[in-house]
Write a protein that binds this ligand. Structure first.
Ligand code: F6P
Length: 517
């Protein structure tokens, strides 16, 4: 990234970090019972626009192994990596994606950027809002369903937000379809009435094979089911508006977003159109407000006071100093069931790199493998390995203090009790004379508690992880905003399609077996 990292100072800071000793969590709590006070952060936002009253989320890092020595050493690394300058460049429209010569302006989408970028984002959002409201008012006829077609960053955010925020009510019933496997689109067709279905076509580049193929099939489905003007039912969400028009979408139904917004950072752009359609513009605005509260915190908080940066310290500590190859995220909330999938793309596509921003080999592991699931289900499936397996896996627990359900309060109490119990058990462990029944303990976790899992909290969680990912990239000296690693497979798929390529014998045999040669 184009910043003021000092590679010699960074190498020295990493050397100091690698030389640290690693006290156990029990030692750390024995030395300081007030660890939770020192290592819990809270980020808050107004209950509603203009309100004095606040809600928010707290993040308790005290069950991680960060101690004073590690925090001080990570703060030295932060300075050596030029974090302040790079953070300023991020929000100031500087080139933070040097391999593509681009800024990364996702912050501007929620008001955190240069005045020009924020004005542009607000104008685009207003345009989206007008279209959403016109559709709700019947401008395109009766619209009850929307098939939102996109993949990767053009699908995972909308899918997460719609699943999280429409449990009680959806103004429009949205189905996000990403996979090229026709089964995915067929499933959406079965759930929708073609006469009242809108197609939202989400693709930053407007060239992605899966998306364009699914789009053609969706138009065919509309036509075959008696819709007179299938093209009139398409809304395009893209950073390549000219390609959408060329493809046949009327200009009035193209919602553009800036090229400088990366796919996995694009939920708050027009890529969020299906979300706005489902929840309405006011709720969408709440999501932006939650994200903005995290931006405001991340932009000014220094060192360990900065919660996303502190989370990045944890990530670096476990991957680079303790050899952890994965990190797990468990949402103790059904509404966040898709959050681990979303974070997988955000973190692995951003920071799964082997070279630094200036093209040199990295001097340690980069992104961990992000995985996870939903509690309490996961307790009965994979937690055995977390408690007694041979891998050390840092875990994030995410829960809402307010329940999402209207059933007996016992449900939510048991959910929360289990969430807290798991963090406590992983840390404390339990000795036993019977080796099969012994728990080693000293296993780290971080707990996120949102006051309520609403639109603002979701926006805050997403922005938090965007900044955590960026901060981690800065500490490693890598560029989180490109993703060239996905290109080779796409190119070879095209060669297989054309039959022209120098295929290895295994692939050649498989092509024959699969009927592709
Ligand atoms: O193949 C990876 C990728 O480029 C992601 O980075 C992106 O989110 C996804 O494909 C979809 O791309 P597009 O929005 O251009 O269709």
């Amino acid at each position: 990234m184009g910043g003021k990292a000092d590679s010699t100072a960074m190498a020295a800071a990493w050397a100091a970090l690698r030389a640290l000793s690693h006290p156990t969590l029990a030692d750390l709590f024995a030395a300081d019972r007030d660890r939770p006070a020192a290592l819990t952060r809270r980020i808050a936002w107004p209950v509603e626009p203009g309100s004095e009253a606040e809600v928010g989320m707290l993040i308790d890092f005290s069950k991680t192994h960060l101690d004073e020595a590690a925090l001080t050493a990570f703060e030295a690394l932060t300075a050596a990596a030029g974090f302040d300058g790079l953070r300023e460049a991020l929000f100031g429209g500087g080139i933070v994606n040097p391999t593509e010569g681009r800024a990364a302006t996702h912050g501007a989408l929620r008001g955190s950027g240069t005045p020009a970028q924020v004005d542009e984002a607000e104008a685009l959002l207003a345009r989206m809002g007008m279209l959403v409201e016109a559709i709700h008012e019947g401008a395109l006829g009766e619209i009850r369903h929307c098939i939102a077609i996109g993949i990767g960053g053009s699908a995972l955010g909308p899918a997460l937000a719609i699943d999280a925020l429409t449990r009680d009510l959806a103004l429009v019933d949205v189905h996000v379809v990403s996979n090229i496997d026709g089964l995915a689109l067929e499933q959406a067709f079965r759930a929708c009435d073609p006469q009242t279905t809108l197609i939202a076509l989400a693709s930053k580049t407007f060239t992605t094979t899966e998306t364009m193929t699914n789009a053609q099939s969706a138009l065919r489905w509309l036509a075959e089911n008696g819709v007179d003007d299938p093209g009139g039912r398409v809304i395009a969400l893209t950073a390549a508006p000219e390609k959408a028009v060329e493809w046949g979408v009327d200009e009035t139904r193209v919602l553009p977003f800036p090229e400088s917004v990366g796919g996995r950072y694009s939920l708050f752009s027009s890529i969020g159109f299906p979300v706005a359609l489902a929840i309405g513009m006011d709720e969408f605005g709440q999501m932006l407000a939650g994200a903005k509260a995290v931006d405001d915190h991340f932009r000014v908080a220094q060192g360990r006071a900065n919660a996303p940066l502190l989370a990045a310290f944890c990530d670096q500590y476990y991957t680079r100093l303790r050899g952890c190859q994965t990190r797990a995220v468990f949402a103790y909330d059904e509404r966040l069931a898709l959050l681990p999938d979303y974070l997988q793309q955000l973190e692995m596509e951003s920071n799964g790199k082997s070279v630094t921003a200036d093209g040199k080999p990295v001097d340690g592991p980069t992104a961990a493998v992000t995985w996870g699931g939903v509690g309490t289900d996961a307790q009965h499936a994979v937690f055995q390995l977390l408690h007694q397996g041979t891998h050390l896996i840092p875990v994030d627990f995410i829960a809402s203090i307010a329940p999402g359900d209207d059933l007996d309060p016992a449900h939510h109490r048991i959910l929360l009790m289990n969430c807290l119990a798991q963090g406590a058990a992983l840390m404390a462990g339990k000795p036993s004379d019977d080796p099969a029944r012994a728990y080693a303990g000293d296993r780290p976790s971080t707990t996120f508690l949102v006051d309520d899992c609403d639109a603002a909290a979701l926006g805050a969680l997403i922005a938090f992880h965007e900044h955590r990912t960026f901060a981690g990239a800065v500490l490693m000296g890598i560029n989180p905003f490109d993703q060239f690693g996905v290109e080779l497979g796409k190119a070879i798929a095209k060669q297989i399609e054309s039959g022209e390529g120098d295929f290895d014998p295994s692939t050649r045999a498989l092509m024959t077996a699969a009927g592709l040669a």
